[in-house]
Ligand binder design. Structure first.
Ligand SMILES: C[S@@+](CC[C@H](N)C(=O)[O-])C[C@H]1O[C@@H](n2cnc3c(N)ncnc32)[C@H](O)[C@@H]1O
Ligand code: SF4
Length: 406
């Protein structure tokens, strides 16, 4: 959840949704995202909506967070009524969800189950910072019904971790994978970042290899974005650190794809690889396929039936709204058909399942044919009505999407 909110119309104080949006509930999988906006320290590259204890000074504390989140779930139930289907995926993200006691995460998960019901085999993930967890913590999460852990490893190389301001020591993420496995987690993911200033191809190769040695069944690899307003951005602007170069980023992506594929992890979204279909992140797949979800917590975004809304950013404002019986929503957008088509093209093009070319107009179909001729998409799937990117196509996906939406 980035810390800036989009411009759009205000949300109604009671958070009520149009009947047309509610009528779509159940057409697609329904998920719950829980944003936990706390971190021990802020990494210099990160612009997510998160607060250190010092930044919260005098305002709300972490202690009241679970009660506020559970309050929002009660509001969600009132707004969605009986139409909400059982929840297929729950995802605790941050910030650092694992800064909260495991019992708080368990209480929120219990409230999700009591409010909407959990579908059989529901996926329940938490993000975790490697230094904020231990074997007992994983055991409590597993006993509470969590099924998946996603650990922020980022790199195995000390100077890269230092540039990113990460506080864990090299080796700690891999140890955390072993602890999660020992606690009974079948699904464990590692997040990596490439393109950090000062990182070499060999550094990156070493990080991917170290991640693979830990035996996760899922890896996410993101290119470092230099976000305006971050300490990293200021350091790049002052010339202290070089900006990541496009060519180097493309090389790093190719290295990742080669090493991960060779180890049996197959890409299923441009930045995500999994060992098997049941190792994919079902929660994120639901976002990418235009599904419905309720986002709980400060700054969390939600989408139901073509209505997107987002909560106030600050934990005090969030708790204050819920305490006064108001919706914490700060704004919302009603997505028209054209916007929904554009978003489907943008997101589904990034998936290994491919884009249904029936969504394209004649100019977009011509662009899809050109993509095959240019080696950006596979010929066979296009003949079957799906646009599926090659590795080169994945590197140029943003530019390709601009042509496809014409
Ligand atoms: C916002 S974090 C939350 C989870 C946890 N606190 C962590 O750091 O792993 C989720 C993922 O987003 C990544 N991320 C945050 N800012 C980024 C940026 N500017 N560029 C690339 N990845 C970023 C993090 O490194 C992390 O893997
Ligand atoms: S720990 Fe994660 S959420 Fe917190 S500042 Fe660092 S990258 Fe952002």
């Amino acid at each position: 959840m980035p810390a800036a909110l989009p411009d759009a119309s205000p949300a109604p104080a009671d958070g009520a949704l149009p009947a047309a949006a509610l009528a779509e509930l159940g057409d697609r999988p329904f998920g719950v995202y829980v944003h936990v906006p706390f971190c021990a320290t802020r990494c210099g590259y990160c612009d997510f909506n998160t607060y250190t204890a010092q930044e919260l000074r005098g305002g709300v504390s972490r202690d009241g967070y679970a009660a506020a989140a559970i309050g929002e779930l009660a509001l969600a139930r009132r707004i969605l009524g009986d139409g909400a289907p059982p929840v297929e995926t729950v995802f605790f993200g941050g910030g650092t969800p694992t800064l909260l006691p495991a019992d708080d995460l368990a209480a929120i998960l219990r409230a999700v189950a009591e409010t909407f019901g959990l579908a059989p085999g529901a996926e329940v993930t938490t993000e975790a910072n490697p230094e904020s967890v231990d074997p007992a913590y994983f055991e409590r999460l597993r006993a509470a019904g969590f099924t998946r852990v996603s650990l922020g490893m980022q790199s195995a190389v000390p100077h890269v971790l230092a540039t990113l301001d990460r506080t864990h020591t090299p080796g700690r993420p891999q140890a955390a994978v072993a602890e999660a496995r020992a606690a009974g987690f079948e699904h464990v993911s590692l997040d990596l970042i490439y393109g950090t200033p000062g990182e070499s191809d060999d550094d990156w190769r070493a990080s991917v290899e170290a991640a693979l040695e830990a035996g996760p069944d899922h890896v996410s690899a993101y290119s470092l974005t230099v976000e305006p307003g971050t300490r990293l951005h200021a350091r790049v602007r002052r010339g202290e650190l070089p900006e990541p170069e496009e060519d180097a980023l493309a090389d790093r992506y190719a290295i990742a794809d080669e090493l991960l594929s060779a180890a049996g992890l197959r890409w299923y979204e441009i930045s995500n690889w999994a060992a098997a279909d049941d190792g994919r992140c079902a929660h994120n797949l639901n976002y990418w396929r235009g599904g419905d979800w309720w986002g709980v917590g400060p700054g969390a975004h939600s989408h139901v039936g073509g209505v997107r809304w987002w909560n106030v950013l600050h934990p005090s404002a969030y708790a204050g709204a819920l305490g006064d019986g108001r919706s914490p929503a700060a704004g919302r957008e009603l997505l028209d058909e054209e916007t929904r088509r554009f978003e489907r093209i943008m997101l589904e093009t990034r998936l290994r399942d491919g884009l249904d070319v029936a969504l394209l107009r004649p100019a977009g179909r011509a662009a899809a044919a050109r993509a095959v001729a240019d080696g950006l998409a596979e010929a066979g799937p296009l003949a079957q009505g799906r646009l599926l990117l090659t590795r080169r196509g994945r590197l140029l996906a943003d530019a390709l999407v601009r042509d496809l939406v014409d």
